[in-house]
Write a protein that binds this ligand. Structure first.
Ligand code: SF4
Length: 352
């Protein structure tokens, strides 16, 4: 299932912890024109899903977003996308914008809340309070969105287990269909590994008890509300990325990308391309599939890839003996309790 991603690299202010390429500027008019040009240059794939990410797409006037959505529908001959997500920040959500997002065909909203503790929101330099996030959620519901996702962050300096449970409880009280939780990285990351692991376990237990199913390291959904767009990335389905810094993948071994520089993107859209080697394709398959709860289905491997996996038989045996891997005749997966340390497990399966 192919996906179409459109990147909006604008933010009203920079959050203290953010490493994304996002710029505090408002000259989005020429940027939107450049997006429209790039969309009209591409019509080779028929995307099932559309994702407006950033940055902060919700910062743009809804009419500009609607122009991009309409151009995508026209260029790719799609009447309505199976799933059309817009990333928003709570401080941008108004009844007017929410209604306009619905009218342009958005089916799903992913809202960056990060925490329901005002002290944490302040040092993160978020531009909203916890109460504003709750109000924005209500506004989105009132506009008719039946598929809402919230983003939260754990594992940062100053977050204790009780704070984390409180944030989780306030998120759950809203009953979103989907929750994504990311561990803080970089200079704000909590160096106490045991506490981070504990918070991750709390997250898994609390959400499971509330009826959410984990389907990937960072993603949880009520049944039937897993993100179709993001799930396609983990199966290495093709996708087209439009906009500054956006990446595209042909579903096999070719990746292309645009420069992240907004001005260069608008002027001439320089970019790059790479062709993955057999080994890189294999490592990517492992890396992506083993992040998911379903794991790696062996029938998705070529014969040569199966041979590479077979060379790791002693490691597989050891990991499965210690409960870090579940190996069956047709799949390999990391059990939920070990997903927190999945990176190390996956790397130990890479070819020598
Ligand atoms: S709004 Fe999102 S993309 Fe923008 S600076 Fe904050 S975390 Fe980064």
């Amino acid at each position: 299932m192919a996906g179409l991603y459109v990147h909006f690299p604008f933010c009203a202010a920079k959050c203290s912890y953010c490493d994304f390429y996002a710029r505090v500027r408002k000259d989005w008019k020429p940027y939107v024109e450049a997006l429209l040009r790039e969309i009209s240059d591409n019509d080779v794939l028929v995307p099932a899903t559309l994702y407006f990410g950033g940055g902060t797409p919700s910062l743009l006037p809804a009419g500009e977003l609607a122009r991009v959505a309409e151009a995508a529908q026209t260029a790719f001959g799609v009447q309505a996308f199976d799933e059309f997500t817009v990333e928003v920040n709570p401080d941008d959500v108004t009844p007017e914008k929410a209604a306009a997002w619905r009218a342009m065909g958005a089916t799903r909203i992913s809202m960056g809340v990060q925490s329901f503790d005002d002290n944490h929101l302040r040092w993160m330099r978020r531009r909203h309070t916890a109460a504003q996030a709750e109000e924005a959620f209500g506004t989105l519901r009132q506009a008719g969105f039946g598929n809402l996702s919230l983003d939260l962050i754990f594992g940062f300096t100053g977050l204790d287990d009780a704070d984390w449970m409180q944030s989780l409880d306030r998120a759950l009280a809203l009953r979103p269909e989907h929750i994504s939780c990311y561990q803080m990285t970089g200079r704000w990351a909590d160096p106490d590994e045991a506490r981070c692991r504990r918070q991750y376990a709390q997250l898994q237990q609390r959400l499971a008890a509330a009826g959410y199913r984990q389907y990937e390291i960072s993603n949880f959904a009520l049944p039937g509300h897993e993100s179709r767009h993001n799930s396609a990335y983990w199966t290495r389905a093709p996708y087209l990325g439009i906009g500054a810094g956006a990446h595209s993948f042909d579903g096999d071994r070719t990746r292309r990308w645009n420069t992240p520089d907004i001005d260069a993107y608008v002027a001439t859209r320089p970019g790059g391309m790479e062709t993955l080697s057999d080994r890189e394709v294999y490592e990517e398959k492992l890396m992506l599939a083993l992040r998911t709860v379903r794991g790696l289905t062996l029938s998705t491997l070529t014969q040569a890839e199966r041979a590479m996996l077979a060379q790791k038989e002693p490691v597989l045996e050891q990991l499965s003996k210690t409960g870090k891997l579940m190996v069956t005749a047709d799949s390999v997966r990391i059990p939920a309790g070990e997903l927190f340390v999945s990176d190390g497990i996956i790397r130990s399966l890479f070819p020598d």
